[in-house]
Structures are given as structure tokens and as C-alpha cells.
Design a binder for this molecule. Structure first.
Ligand code: P6P
Length: 339
């Protein structure tokens, strides 16, 4: 029954009562959810506001910014500012750390976010999303000390994403499982649709940008070729492939029906250590995948244990069903260095 479904507020208060989630974090997450609703509205009506185009600017990644990239970033920053416990922000769209407090204290939060992931999909009306990650400071830090925001993914207390697709969904973890909410048109409420999402241990669907085949290292090429050989090959089954161009969409599919997502380091992106960013893409998605029983790897090691050295650092990413990620890691163990 519709009205029996927990609203986001009721779910978060349940987490407050049963797991001691702080009220400031409850309000912060509600503000992030509001930012996501604002972004969803702007996207759905973007064609009429002239905001689907590109801005005359580039972001720190050197990518042309979309008008909505800038709008989404502004929504995250303005809503997160409501929380007096957020010491600093790291945004994909902003070169430097955004410091919100002069004297960040133990227990304050740092929020890392990609305000609009996959925004090149906007021009062709495909789904995009927002990704966020929250850590809590174990000790007071100096405002301006960038090294103090370079925290490994194991320190996350919360991670989530919103997808602006046929439905506007919000998927979050606070360390006690992964929960999915859908935004109800009319009331504007996010109401729960699935609790404790699980990544299927086995799967037969991989997600990779296959146009980069010529750049892949031997372990990745071997894994994909085995999948493509189907029943006649060593996997003895057919594999499907999906690639949406937006990490959020591909990870949501994996949380929903299993599979493995790969954006490996390859000959073309080796100099930057891969394409996807550690702090606001790989870490939050890694936390969600692990909470759902999957594995989040660089192909060789656990993503969440990577010690960041810069705020826009990139990393290779292999996420999803245990058996598939373990197979890819095994290929790396056996074949690293093979041409
Ligand atoms: P490619 C979007 O730009 C993004 O950062 C991820 O969301 C997505 O998975 C990947 O890059 C797409 O990369 O090489 O297919 O354009």
C-alpha cells in the first residue's frame, strides 16, 4: 500500500533510533535529497529553460561544463550549507576544496560529490545522476589543510546516488545495508521501494566501454574475450553487455540485477591512473556495492583502502558480483605485465 511505504524522513529516524545515526546527518541527507529533487525538476524542464546546452566553461577535469552541471553543483552547495556540521566539500565541478568552517572540529562532516554524473547524456535524453559520499572527522583539522580531506573510503559513514531517469530514485547506505527510494510525483516525498538491495553473487552481464578494447591490458582483454566466447568458451554461458555512459545508471542496474562494471586503467588513461574519480565516484559506489554483498576493486586491490593523494585523483574501477570481480582480480594476478 502506497501510504505504508516509509518516507525518507521516517527511514532516517528509524536509523537514528536503531543505529544511532546523528540527527544532523538526518537533516543533511534530507537537504541532499532536496537538492536532488531540484536537479530532477531542472532536467525534466531543461529544454524550456535553455539549460540543456553547454556553458562557456570547463571543469577541473578539462571537460566542457553543461549549464546543468553548474546548476546541480550550486544546488548541492546551497542545500548542504544548511548543516552547521559540514566542514568542507569536494565537488567534481570545483578545482579546490570548498571550506565551510574556520575551525573544523572532531565529528564534523566532509561531503564529496559529483553533482551531475554522465551529463553528456543530457543532450540525448538519457538518464544521469548525482553521487555523494560523507565522512566524519575523527579529529579537529585546520581549515585549508587539503591533506586532512584526503580520507580513504573505509572512513565513509554514508554514501548514495540519485538517478534522474524514468523515475527519480535515491539509493543510500548508512553502513546497515542499501535502501532505494523513489520520488513520488505530487507529494514530492521519497518513499522506500526496496530495503537491503543485494548484488547477485553470480551474473552474466558485463558493463564496459568496449570501444577501448585496443587499449586494454591483457587481464581485462582476457576476461572480456572469455565472456564473448559464450557457451563455447571457458565460461560455458552467454553474457550480455550494457554501457549507459553514466556510472550511476550502470551501478544501479548491477545493484538491481547483478553484473560487473569495469572502467580499467588502460594504455590511453594510464598516465592519469584511469578515468573515474576516487573520492566522489569510486568510493561512494564501492561502499554501496560492498554493503550490498559485492566487491569493489581497482582490479588488484580494494578501492576503499586506497589512500587518496589528491582530491580529483582517478582510479581503475571493477565493481559488482563477487564471482566476476574475483575472476578479474585473478587474471590480474596471473597476467600483470603480460603484453
Ligand atoms: P566513456 C561520465 O562521464 C563518466 O565519468 C561515468 O559516469 C561513466 O561511467 C564514464 O565516465 C563514461 O565514460 O569513456 O564511456 O565516455
Amino acid at each position: 500500500m502506497f501510504y505504508d511505504r516509509l518516507t525518507l524522513r521516517r527511514f532516517l529516524l528509524q536509523e537514528y533510533r536503531t543505529h544511532g545515526v546523528e540527527k544532523d546527518l538526518v537533516f543533511l541527507l534530507e537537504d541532499i535529497a532536496t537538492a536532488c529533487r531540484e536537479i530532477s525538476f531542472a532536467i525534466r524542464n531543461g529544454a524550456f529553460f535553455g539549460t540543456l546546452g553547454s556553458a562557456a566553461s570547463k571543469n577541473v577535469q578539462g571537460e566542457t561544463q553543461k549549464e546543468l552541471d553548474i546548476f546541480a553543483n550550486d544546488q548541492f552547495v546551497s542545500h548542504i550549507r544548511n548543516c552547521s556540521r559540514v566542514a568542507a566539500l569536494v565537488s567534481e565541478e570545483v578545482e579546490e576544496v570548498i571550506w565551510l568552517k574556520d575551525s573544523p572540529a572532531a565529528g564534523d562532516y566532509i561531503v564529496y560529490f559529483d553533482p551531475l554524473d554522465g551529463s553528456s547524456n543530457l543532450d540525448v535524453n538519457l538518464s544521469v545522476g548525482s553521487i555523494f559520499s560523507i565522512v566524519q572527522l575523527p579529529e579537529a583539522i585546520e581549515a585549508g589543510d587539503v591533506a586532512s580531506v584526503l580520507r580513504p573510503g573505509t572512513e565513509q559513514i554514508c554514501a548514495g546516488y540519485s538517478i534522474y531517469g524514468p523515475a527519480t530514485t535515491l539509493v543510500i547506505t548508512l553502513g546497515h545495508g542499501v535502501h532505494e527510494f523513489v520520488n513520488h510525483l505530487g507529494t514530492g516525498e521519497f518513499r522506500i521501494v526496496s530495503g537491503h538491495m543485494k548484488v547477485a553473487e553470480e551474473s552474466a552481464e558485463f558493463s564496459i566501454n568496449a570501444s577501448r578494447f585496443g587499449d586494454w591490458d591483457a587481464p581485462v582483454r582476457r576476461y572480456i574475450e572469455e565472456c564473448l566466447e559464450g557457451e563455447a568458451g571457458p565460461r560455458r554461458k552467454r553474457f550480455g553487455m550494457r554501457w549507459s555512459g553514466s556510472m550511476v545508471v550502470d551501478i544501479h542496474r548491477i545493484l538491481t540485477r547483478g553484473g560487473v562494471f569495469l572502467y580499467p586503467e588502460d594504455r590511453d588513461n594510464r598516465a592519469t591512473g584511469g578515468k573515474l574519480r576516487l573520492l566522489y565516484e569510486a568510493n561512494p559506489m564501492g561502499f554501496l556495492i560492498e554493503q550490498a554483498g559485492g566487491i569493489a576493486s581497482t582490479g588488484r586491490a580494494r578501492i576503499l583502502e586506497v589512500q587518496p593523494t589528491s582530491i580529483h585523483q582517478r582510479t581503475p574501477v571493477v565493481l559488482g558480483s563477487r564471482s566476476e570481480v574475483l575472476r578479474i582480480e585473478d587474471h590480474h594476478t596471473q597476467m600483470d605485465g603480460v603484453a
